[in-house]
Design a protein around this ligand. Sequence first.
Ligand SMILES: NC(=O)c1ccc[n+]([C@@H]2O[C@H](COP(=O)([O-])OP(=O)(O)OC[C@H]3O[C@@H](n4cnc5c(N)ncnc54)[C@H](O)[C@@H]3O)[C@@H](O)[C@H]2O)c1
Length: 336
Amino acid sequence: MSDSKQSFALAFIGAGGISGAHAGAVKDSGGQLSVAAVVDPNAEAANKLAAEHDAPALGSVQALFEAIDRKDVSVDGIVICTPPTVRVGPVREALQRGIAVLTEKPIAINAEDAARIAEIADAHPDALLGVAYCHRFAPPVIRMKQLVSEGKIGRLSRFENAFAFHHPPMSEKWMSDPTLSGGGSFIDTGCHSLDLFRYLVGPAQVVGSVFDSDWEGRGESSATVLVKASEGDHAGIGGVILAGWLEPERFTIDLVGTNGSLHYDYTKPTELVYRPGIGEPEMIEVESHEVRFTRQLIHFARAARGDTPRGDLADARDGLGAAEAVDSATKAAKVI
Ligand SMILES: NC(=O)c1ccc[n+]([C@@H]2O[C@H](COP(=O)([O-])OP(=O)(O)OC[C@H]3O[C@@H](n4cnc5c(N)ncnc54)[C@H](O)[C@@H]3O)[C@@H](O)[C@H]2O)c1
C-alpha cells in the first residue's frame, strides 16, 4: 500500500451513472485520490472515464486482477459501481490481495450473497470493506443524529423517510429487472432508507410491507414498509419507509420526538427544520448533503490506510442488515 503522502490509487469497476459521483469525488479530493484503472465491458463507458483520469481502460474484472498481479497497475482500493450481481467475485479477489473495497449499495442482490460477502470480509479483517451508504456522510444527517442524542426533540418516537420520484423509463432499466437488481424500488432506494434507519435509530426489523407494481414482470414501482428498531438505545421505535418511481419527487427524512421534530428535505440542501411540539419552526443552517460522496471516498481512503478509524463507514454487517430487511419486506409484501 502506498504511503500517506501519495494519492490513494483507485480502480473503478463499472463506469456508468454512479461512477460519475465517485469520479467527481476524486477530482474534488485535492490530489488525495487518483484513478489507476477503469473496468467496464462497455468499452465506450470505460474509455470515457479512463481518458478523463489518464488511466487504462479494461474490459473485465479478471483483466483488472491479472494486471494487478503482473504489477502493470498499482491499486490501493477498488470502487465497485456495477449492478449488484457483480459483487462477490471482485470483493473476494480484492480482499484476498489486501486491497480495500468500497462497494456501491446494495451490498448484494440478495441476503444470501450479502452473507457470503460478510464471510469474506470476516476472513480478511486487515483489508477494509466499506458499503457506499453515502447518506451517513451527509452533514445534515450527521447533525440530525447529534441533535437527537443531545435531546433536542425529546425522546425519539418515529423515523419517516421517503426517497421517491417520477421516472417511468425505470420500467426499461436493469434496476426494475429483479434478476439483475434483486427487486424494484425498495431494494434500489429503500436499502438507503434501511441503512439510514440503522444509523439514526437502530437495526431495522420489518414489521409489514406493501408493494405496488405498475409494470408486468418487473419489480415493484412503489413500496410502503414499516420497520422497528430491534435493539439499541431506540429499540422498539418505528419507521415508515416510502420508496417509489412513479410518484411526485420527495427526498425527505423526518425524526419525530416527544418534544419536537427534525425535518430535512434534500431539495433544500442547507436547511434543517426543527419544529417544537408547540410553537414556531426554527431553521438550522447545515452544510449541504452534496458533499457526501467526496467525504465518503476520502474517509474510505484514509481508513484503508489506517490514518483514521473506519468510524461511520458502513461495513459488511450493515450491508447484510439492509439486505436481510429487503428480503423480509419482499417476502412480507408477497403475503399481504
Ligand atoms: N449511492 C447512491 O446514491 C447510488 C445512486 C445510483 C446508483 N447506485 C448504485 O450503484 C450501482 C450502479 O448503478 P448505476 O446507476 O451506476 O448503473 P449504470 O447502469 O448506470 O452503470 C453500471 C455500469 O456497470 C457496468 N458493468 C456491468 N457489469 C459489469 C462487470 N461485470 N464489470 C464491470 N462493469 C460492469 C455496466 O456496463 C455499466 O456501465 C447500483 O448498485 C446502484 O444501486 C447508488
